[in-house]
Write a protein that binds this ligand. Structure first.
Ligand SMILES: [Zn+2]
Length: 414
């Protein structure tokens, strides 16, 4: 038989656990370790850990599932007596290898919970050989354990409130993030004042008073609840939504230009404008060669549309937000992005708006109101030469440019 220290490591138990013996259970074809808590960790309340007198033998010996040993299932078997806790009454005694009320060891719970954050619940259920529902109760246990050790609401000063839709937009989740840590601190189904109030109820009056900044979309009902519960907080609009509105406004201008061109019978021109949607949406640094060329064309062909684009880009850079083209879905009339032309190594044809940050003032003090969320690292791109575009040429009207006038003359529209 392997030494006891080897078994202790394989079973994932510490010195508070005494391993009496390890056998193969022929019936279940599993490794079963007979264990007991060491003397000083014996007879403690399963919930509060206070030492308590023995109440009874409980339901006798029982088993806890541990992590598999290779291909073989593994169980820890021990007595499960009850103690009489002054606070919790008769209760199953604490064991060092498992959480209270669990049928699995701590190591097993932790692994299943970790897996759930990386893979679907059904995959965890199959891999760990546990029921789908068991995965749920393991998550609940591990989360409760983590919450007891660390209060996610502690030190909340700058928070963001948002709504996420699921089930094709029929259901909503309200989520709260901590801007300082970038972590999700709370989420609940619903999208109304009652749901949001339940978050502030959990936060409690004292912690509500310490909140200094709340960012959200511009919904009045959110601002109402925040003002009611966090009198010391400044309510501000989430930059993500602001850039979203600017992108919508830009698209409105694009459609307007397109419709006018269509009405005036300038078919080629209208088609070009229609195909510019992605070039206008994307970050300048992410444009493909083709999209860069389109943008260059807009800058020469339509002052109004190009100005709208520059306004959107400047706003995005000023706020430090990504545009929301990744979030919104293209409509049926939108051309699909041609596959296979992303990330080409063409020379950059545009003065890149994102370089504006090089000339920005230094960031405000950390306790200032500016909320800078962590951004995904930019995709590294090979060094490339830059050709700067001339500024958009001014034309008589915002819509008409020389090329368009030519076309409209040909069409007899003007
Ligand atoms: Zn207790």
């Amino acid at each position: 038989m392997l030494g006891i220290n080897v078994w202790r490591r394989m079973l994932g138990v510490d010195r508070a656990t005494v391993i009496e013996s390890v056998d193969i259970d022929e019936e279940t074809d599993a490794v079963v370790a007979q264990v007991r808590p060491r003397r000083d960790s014996k007879r403690r309340c399963g919930r509060c850990g206070v030492r308590a007198p023995l109440y009874d033998r409980g339901e006798g010996r029982r088993r806890w599932r541990g992590l598999d040993l290779g291909t073989v299932m593994c169980f820890l078997e021990s007595d499960a007596p009850r103690v009489s806790c002054p606070e919790h009454g008769p209760i199953v005694a604490q064991v060092p290898w498992a959480r209270h009320g669990a049928g699995h060891t701590r190591e097993f719970d932790d692994q299943a919970a970790w897996l759930v954050t990386h893979t679907p619940k059904t995959a965890v259920s199959e891999l760990m050989r546990i029921a789908w529902r068991t995965v749920g109760s393991i998550i609940a246990r591990v989360v409760a354990d983590g919450r007891a050790a660390h209060d996610p609401f502690d030190g909340l000063r700058r928070i963001g409130i948002d709504e996420i839709s699921y089930k094709k937009g029929h259901r909503y989740l309200m989520v709260v993030v901590d801007h300082d840590t970038g972590r999700l601190v709370w989420a609940a189904p619903g999208r109304d004042k009652k749901t949001l109030r339940s978050f502030f109820d959990l936060l409690g009056t004292n912690r509500c008073r310490k909140v200094r900044l709340v960012s959200a979309d511009a919904a009045e009902w959110i601002a109402d609840v925040v003002r009611e519960r966090c009198p010391g907080a400044t309510v501000c609009t989430d930059g993500f939504h602001v850039v979203g509105w600017a992108t919508d406004a830009l698209d409105e201008v694009r459609r307007d230009v397109w419709n006018t061109a269509r009405r005036q019978g300038m078919r080629t021109y209208a088609k070009e404008i229609k195909g510019c949607r992605y070039a206008l949406w994307k970050n300048p640094e992410d444009l493909t060669e083709r999209q860069e060329a389109k943008l260059a064309w807009i800058s020469a062909a339509n002052t109004r549309l190009y100005r709208a684009y520059l306004l959107k880009e400047q706003l995005r850079v000023a706020i430090g937000k990504e545009p929301h083209h990744g979030v919104r879905r293209a409509g049926a009339e939108d051309p699909q992005e041609p596959p296979g032309d992303r990330g080409s190594d063409a020379p950059q044809a545009l003065q890149r708006a994102h370089r504006v940050h090089e000339h920005e003032d230094p960031r405000p003090a950390p306790d200032g109101l500016r909320v800078q969320e962590a951004r995904a690292p930019r995709r590294p791109r090979p060094a490339r030469s830059r050709r700067l575009l001339p500024p958009a040429t001014r034309t008589g009207s915002g819509l008409m440019d020389p090329r368009m006038r030519q076309e409209s003359r040909n069409c007899g529209a003007r």
